[in-house]
Design a protein around this ligand. Structure first.
Ligand SMILES: C[S@@+](CC[C@H](N)C(=O)[O-])C[C@H]1O[C@@H](n2cnc3c(N)ncnc32)[C@H](O)[C@@H]1O
Length: 403
């Protein structure tokens, strides 16, 4: 049998780069996008989207073509490009060799501990590579300085290099990012938003939630995004879900500036009102069909505001983000290996319990707010990502209606 990476993959060849994100969304929402391969940008400006071999038989080419509009979409076979894993392995050993040579040219010795201090993964923001906190921690790297950063940037096929340290505790959750090579820290993403990596928080891991939001039908709805940031959810609500209006609350002035710019780049500034400052001070009420509460580890501070924002006569939906921690199995108590529950099922149980507790608390908040009882239903629990085997970012969709 052939390994996955040996197979030819069917690809969608798109005439313009700008259509690649809707193509990817279509495939991802149907579980057909092959994440083990990268999107391939071709020299002629078209983009190849990899499709999982197992999905080929069910792929509805006509509906895909319609989604992307017929004249921009074509299908072709591509001779197996390298998978992300293979690419990463090759790039990793080349980077190691380059750094080793650089060190030796400076009279330094390569030590084994250096290997584990090299970057294993990083975020790519256009031509800027953002390294994680965990790499290049040894003092030797600073000694080599600029030459090292130039070599790393070149090896990672970037033009600018930056490094993350920790999330600051100033309440803005801004990442502390330092530029190592290059002065301009603004980056642009293919799906049309820009921001300053040194000043705004960006959570690339939320892509599945962003795609889910993009798939909502919000026509005719007023949405409030209580923690808008640079517009990571505000934009899909406006551009793809076609909300009538989004009120975006954000207190980090740098994120507000990026959000404003992104609304303009995407041609939707008239359908969005930005409320700069603390969302607890925003005077809006009784206007929303939907409220997005995208703050982790918890958005609890925003719950009373969200209840106040929903339309009193028709109610609406709350999307509540939260990091939910599952208790670690207690080996001493003999529950290290649950007999009938897989670890995943056990996690799901914990999420359901948290959702049910949250629904009860939202019910009380409505009671306090209006004196009336509302009907609160758990519509859906979405798993976004895991921070550790037992810490999960989930989103609870709560349907809230006046009785
Ligand atoms: C986790 S980020 C989320 C941004 C966006 N939803 C995302 O996923 O990329 C949270 C954002 O909420 C903002 N924020 C936190 N508390 C706030 C408050 N009380 N009022 C307004 N904005 C707030 C932060 O500045 C940050 O930009």
């Amino acid at each position: 049998t052939k390994r996955k990476s040996d197979l030819n993959i069917i690809v969608v060849s798109l005439v313009k780069n700008m259509h690649s994100s809707s193509g990817r969304m279509y495939l991802q929402s149907r579980g057909m996008f092959d994440r083990s391969f990268s999107l391939v940008k071709q020299p002629d400006g078209t983009v190849l989207l990899p499709i999982s071999p197992s999905c080929l038989s069910q792929l509805d080419l006509q509906s895909l073509r319609n989604t992307l509009t017929p004249d921009v979409c074509d299908f072709t076979w591509s001779q197996s490009p390298q998978s992300k894993k293979e690419k990463g392995r090759k790039a990793g050993s080349k980077l190691e060799r380059t750094i080793q040579e650089l060190l030796e040219s400076q009279g330094e010795r390569w030590m084994e501990e250096m290997r584990s201090d090299l970057p294993r993964s990083f975020q790519r923001h256009g031509d800027l590579v953002l390294l994680a906190d965990s790499c290049f921690t040894l003092p030797i790297w600073n000694k080599i300085g600029d030459q090292l950063w130039s070599a790393v940037t070149k090896e990672l096929r970037a033009k600018r290099l930056a490094k993350m340290s920790r999330i600051s505790r100033d309440g803005f959750r801004s990442p502390v990012v330092t530029m190592l090579l290059g002065d301009n820290s603004w980056v642009k993403h293919v799906d049309n938003y820009e921001f300053d990596v040194t000043r705004c928080m960006f959570s690339a891991g939320n892509i599945t939630e962003k795609l889910r939001v993009a798939g909502f039908d919000c026509r005719g709805e007023t949405v409030v995004d209580l923690y808008a940031g640079i517009g990571y959810f505000t934009l899909p609500y406006l551009v793809h879900a076609r909300a009538s209006h989004v009120h975006a609350c954000e207190w980090n002035p740098d994120a507000v500036a990026a959000l404003q710019k992104n609304l303009e780049v995407n041609g939707v500034p008239e359908r969005c009102t930005i409320h700069p400052g603390d969302n607890r001070q925003v005077q809006l009420c009784n206007i929303a069909d939907r409220v997005n509460l995208g703050l982790i580890p918890t958005s609890e501070d925003g719950w009373p505001i969200a209840c106040r924002l929903l339309k009193k006569t028709t109610g609406g939906v709350l999307h509540i983000h939260q990091n939910v921690t599952s208790p670690l199995p207690n080996a001493a108590a003999g529950d290290a290996a649950p007999q009938n529950l897989s670890a995943k099922n056990a996690d799901r149980e914990v999420w359901r319990a948290w959702a049910s507790d949250t629904a009860d608390r939202i019910t009380s908040l409505f009671k306090d707010l209006s004196g009336a009882s509302w009907v609160i239903n758990i519509q859906h629990i979405e798993h976004v990502k895991s921070y550790a085997p037992h810490v999960h970012h989930v989103v609870l969709d709560l349907d809230c209606r006046p009785n």
